[in-house]
Design a protein around this ligand. Structure first.
Ligand code: DON
Length: 305
């Protein structure tokens, strides 16, 4: 396995040249465009890494999976999906058009920004510190890593430049989707996106989902089985934004990307995979990371379809 991972990293590193690191949040431009790493966590207990697997990066939209799990555990499916839909989109992750044009009462799904902000507003807690700490502690538990923290520079930058997210959130307050204080909800969202992780952390989170909500290395159930199933389904249909269909056809693994360059994949009953490559394609997904997952899926026959 180690040899295979090294081979897929080296075979695909040249694709990083064809992408660009995210620039809409200035702090993210500091990433090394040519970095590429992978970690695989199998349910049998193996953990194998290759390439730039120790580099820290911000989790960004991969955190949307974690907040969806918590919102579902706090509210149940019926209430959660009365506020946010489960339908894929053909528009960009930060698009505003569907909020007004398609269904003003519900963002399309929890993996686009509008839906993720609505989702985080559903998490129970007295104030934004308590809600964020709940998200941070759950992330640490899923990753088996107490050393996950916020990157303060990215957080500050997200907050300073997050006007598109602000407009999405205020629009949703006006239509009654969000009922809490908008700035407090956004503060939690900006902080969750700024958590710093490695390939290994996201690979382990993918492994917990692959194991239907039971942490493979402690055997503790931390996510109800039905919620793990629902979340993996939404990762297939919506996790790679408006490239989700193509990803399902070519790779066929539940996955979620983030503009920090991470992709978290979860192969049911088999393994979690964490990939990091900050050069992104035009849809905001790691350009070489997708190629790495395509090769691995083919070599190991990982498609669920
Ligand atoms: O909401 C934002 O702008 C980001 N902090 C997170 C977006 C993200 O990762 C989209 N991913 N591809």
């Amino acid at each position: 396995m180690k040899k295979l991972l090294e081979k897929v990293i080296e075979n695909n590193r040249n694709y990083t040249e064809f992408g660009e690191v995210a620039s809409y949040i200035p702090e993210l431009t500091k990433a090394n465009k040519n970095a590429l790493g992978i970690c695989v966590t199998t349910l049998k207990g193996e953990e194998i890494c290759a390439g730039d697997c120790n580099t820290k990066f911000t989790i960004q939209s991969i955190s949307k999976v974690i907040t969806l799990i918590i919102a579902l555990m706090d509210n149940g499916k019926e209430k959660t999906f009365s506020k946010v839909g489960v339908e894929p989109t053909t528009d960009a992750f930060n698009s505003i058009i569907n909020l007004e044009a398609k269904n003003p009462n519900k963002p399309l799904n929890p993996m686009i920004n509008a839906g993720a902000i609505a989702t985080v507003s559903l998490i129970d807690g007295e104030n934004s510190d308590e809600i964020f700490n709940k998200i941070l502690n759950f992330t640490r538990k899923l990753a088996g890593n107490e050393d996950i923290h916020i990157n303060e520079n990215v957080y500050r930058c997200e907050k300073e430049t997050g006007d598109r997210n602000r407009s999405l959130a205020y629009f949703m307050k006006s239509t009654g989707i969000i009922t809490k204080d908008v700035e407090n909800v956004l503060d939690v969202y900006f902080r969750q996106c700024s958590m710093e992780v490695t390939c290994k952390d996201i690979s382990r989170i993918g492994a917990v989902l692959a194991n239907n909500g039971v942490i493979p290395w402690t055997k503790e159930r931390v996510i109800p089985e039905d919620i793990a199933r629902v979340v993996k389904t939404i990762m297939v249909t919506c996790g790679m934004y408006d490239a989700s269909g193509e990803f399902a056809v070519n790779i066929g693994i539940p996955a979620k990307s983030g503009v920090g360059g991470g992709i978290m994949a979860s192969v049911p009953s088999n393994m979690g995979i964490g990939v990091f490559g900050p050069a992104l394609d035009s849809k905001g997904n790691s350009i070489a990371g997708i190629k790495v997952l395509a090769d691995l899926s083919k070599e190991l026959n990982l498609s669920i379809f």
